[in-house]
Design a protein around this ligand. Structure first.
Ligand SMILES: [Zn+2]
Length: 74
C-alpha cells in the first residue's frame, strides 16, 4: 500500500530501462526517485516511474490465463 508523507508518497516503482522493481518516492511535482539509491538499479540512464498495484496483479492474472490457453480446443 502507499503511505503519504507530506508532499511525497511511498510507492512501488520500476525502471523502464531494465524493469527493475523497487520502492520510490512519488512527489506531487511529478518527480519519482528511489527511496534508497542502494536498492535502485545501476542503469546509466534510468527511467523511473510508479507502478500501479493493479498493474502488478494484472501480470499475475495474465500468467494464469496463459496456462489455460496452453491447450486450445481448435
Ligand atoms: Zn534500470
Amino acid at each position: 500500500m502507499t503511505r503519504s508523507d507530506g508532499d511525497k508518497t511511498k510507492a512501488a516503482g520500476i525502471c523502464d530501462s531494465c524493469s527493475e522493481l523497487f520502492t520510490v518516492w512519488a512527489c506531487q511535482d511529478g518527480t519519482v526517485r528511489p527511496v534508497s539509491p542502494h536498492n535502485a538499479c545501476s542503469c546509466d540512464d534510468p527511467s523511473y516511474r510508479v507502478v500501479e498495484e493493479n498493474e502488478v496483479f494484472d501480470d499475475e492474472d495474465e500468467a494464469a490465463g496463459a496456462n489455460e490457453e496452453k491447450y486450445p480446443d481448435a
